[in-house]
Design a protein around this ligand. Sequence first.
Ligand code: NAI
Length: 705
Amino acid sequence: MALNLEALGKKIGPVTKDYTWKDAVLYALGVGAGFSELEYCYEKNLKVIPSFSIAAIFEFLSHIGINSNINLAGILHGEQELIFHNPIPPEGSLITEGKITHYYDKGKEKGALVVGESDTYHSDGKKLFTSIITIYSRFDGGFGGENAPKKEVVFPDRDPDFVVSASPSPDQPLIYRLSGDIFDLHVDAEFAKMAGFKMPIMHGLCTHGFACRALIQSLVPGESEKVRRLVCRFTKPLYPGTPIKTLIWKTGEGKAVWRVVNAETGKVTIDNGIFEYGDIPEEKIRFDGRVAIITGAGAGLGRTYALELAKRGAKVVVNDLGGARDGAGSGSTFAADKVVDEIKALGGEAVASYESVSTPEGGGNIVKKAIDAFGAVDILINNAGILRDKSFIKMEPESWNAVLDVHLNGAYNVSRPAFAVMKEKGYGRIIMTTSAAGLYGNFGQTNYSAAKMGLIGLMNALKLEGEKYNVKINTIAPVAASRLTEDVMPPDFLEKVKPEFVSPMVLFLCSEKCPVSGNIYNAGMGCFNRVAVVTGPGALAGSTDKPGTVEGIMANLEKISSLKGGREYRQLNDQIGDVLGALSKPLEKGVPAVGKQQSTVSVAGIFEAMPASFVKSASAGVNVVFQYIISGSGGGEWHSVIKDETCTVKTGKHEKPTCTLKMSDSDFLLLMSGKLPAMQAYTSGKLKIEGDIMKSQLIEKLFKR
Ligand code: NAI
């Protein structure tokens, strides 16, 4: 099997890993921390050891192996570089995305290198670290690629400035493996022997964690957040219980080189180490070269967005009709011109647009203004707004329509031509402006509340259309003192609700850094939170065969109304899928119906169907016996014999299997449905293979799913 050269440069992920403080502490214990470094081991004021990063993205790393089609019988972790952008918080989710960046060919006999690069973000939106992994593959060389460039680290010709001794316990791998790498090589004596070792070996990344602690202790004691870069090459395996020394040389301000040696033999086990440290350089969000349209930017919130965007380099179209608070009158150029002057006085670039958003022509002209003046539209903030508050009976069509025309139709009128430009360009950020009045309701604002919720529907659908083109659409629900709210908020309060307390969120959502689309955020008075539509799990009011009765609804209303265990759906199909999934299995009366799908496929059924899925054309010259031992209540023993381009499957044990695959019934079902990639199953220990590991890789070729 050759390396998959097609995978080069193709996106891998995002792969999400949820973790809690216990995972961080378990890792710390696994790499030798204890009472003397309680900050890594105690949930109170917990700090996460930076090298936890690589253990935490173990699943993502296995995707690099899968996508490259590397021959897993001969792989080793070659080199590892980690660049730290922000400290890892003690809990949350890690979202990793990356790609294979290089394949290097060392020659047929010497093997190949697969290099994968990834960025990991925390669920709070912060970029945490970049990983560059080099996987060495013994059996994939000779494909005709170029050899890797030489990278040598120069070590000073003097004694190290720091020598940190450590004695990893003989049981260290048993703790370390619980952080993700449960590969048999580190625990199973027989497996280790088969791989050519006299006993299980230490995880290279466990020793790497010991080294990371030693570097922090020596160079930035108590300040692990100052670790900026950690690079190394894994050279020789160690047996558990072998004492080690981390040798460290300072080479400049914030720079050091290091290696780890076996303290008994002096042999280098990790080499070419580089360590960089210092304060986190502040990452500024800029909009240089970006063109932003802000509607209703002649005053209030829109003016602040326009000024802040211009200060950060954006070219701004300041749109404002300059009308009255209720939208009456023909408007004026004054409001927009004033803001354009303010921007220019600050050294920024801006043009005014006096069009009304409430007609398609107006919307088209606003976008045309941006194209004529600056040649693009990258950002659109639909912000223009008016109010015509009345109780519902008094809400005559004119007031109803006027408010819908500015807020909802206005967003449609400007977004449509802007979206066309963004789609063409493959980049865009659109902000809708909703309101707590729409999200939660407000007396006397039926027109305004309806329009503001309409914008959520517009965003929900448009976010799906924009996904492919990197056009992200989010919604802000601001609270700020402005002409619209001056008589709603008490005067003392007004002082405390400046638009500047809203604009940071809006600018972030407009930026290249924004990772989300389809989200709604409340913003104001320094407080930001997310709003979502959540669907409860529901309950049956009758049975799956008969429609429910009115009385059944009454009897089950509490359960039907409950949001406990509810879900947020990103699109209609997900919700329908959940309902259909729930209906495909028998339901108990009154038991939550949705979101608990069960498979109807059995392990035995898969083996029954196996001969039918056999790919004869892939079996020429193949003579193998696969033995399957599937544990769990749905499991059992089966074997398949592939010989003379035929496949026979029988229950029970075969005398001489080529290789034996052991798995639990649930993991086997996931594997066969394609939800669990084989490589990942193997490296995570869910799939154990005995015998000829290389032949086991034929399975994916010989049987179609
Ligand atoms: P504002 O009245 O200070 O600003 C709105 C601007 O929109 C005005 O300058 C107005 O001339 C302009 N405008 C009105 N109709 C227009 C049209 N047809 N075409 C172009 N421009 C037009 O009000 P504020 O508070 O800054 O509101 C901005 C947005 O935030 C509005 O959509 C509003 O509904 C929303 N909002 C504001 C809240 C607050 O607490 N201020 C609360 C919730 C939502």
